[in-house]
Design a binder for this molecule. Structure first.
Ligand code: SF4
Ligand SMILES: [Zn+2]
Length: 117
């Protein structure tokens, strides 16, 4: 049974809120959507993998005190998520740098054409 992040009482896995302190544990009233909560004064983003690799686009970042997508960067199991395979990271890098890649290709093609004449 998991613990409540605020009062640390054991709560049911499917509980929508803590029966002791009423802290919301699930987002949008859905038992399958865990709402992670900061336990201290520091925002969750400081220990989140998506903040570290700069892939998070949530408006709450970097000051989220609760979040449905939080992924603890200190837990090794979170690093094996399928979304963070090397192939996915290359895709993200290509997407972010597409403009520069196209520009560099155009410059290279122009140079080759100029040198061949
Ligand atoms: S997923 Fe949530 S906790 Fe992680 S960086 Fe984004 S807003 Fe912060
Ligand atoms: Zn509680």
């Amino acid at each position: 049974m998991p613990d409540c992040p605020k009062c640390h009482q054991a709560v049911e896995t499917q509980a929508l809120e803590c029966p002791y302190c009423r802290t919301p544990l699930k987002a949008h009233g859905h038992p399958g959507m865990t709402l992670y909560q900061a336990t201290g004064k520091e925002p969750l983003c400081l220990t989140c993998l998506y903040h570290e690799d700069d892939t998070c686009t949530f408006p709450k970042r970097p000051f989220a005190m609760d979040c449905t997508l939080y992924c603890d960067r200190t837990r090794p199991s979170t690093l094996t998520k399928p979304g963070y395979s090397p192939g996915f990271q290359i895709q993200v890098w290509l997407k972010r740098n597409l403009t520069w890649i196209i520009l560099a290709a155009l410059v290279l093609i122009s140079l080759i054409i100029a040198l061949l004449q």
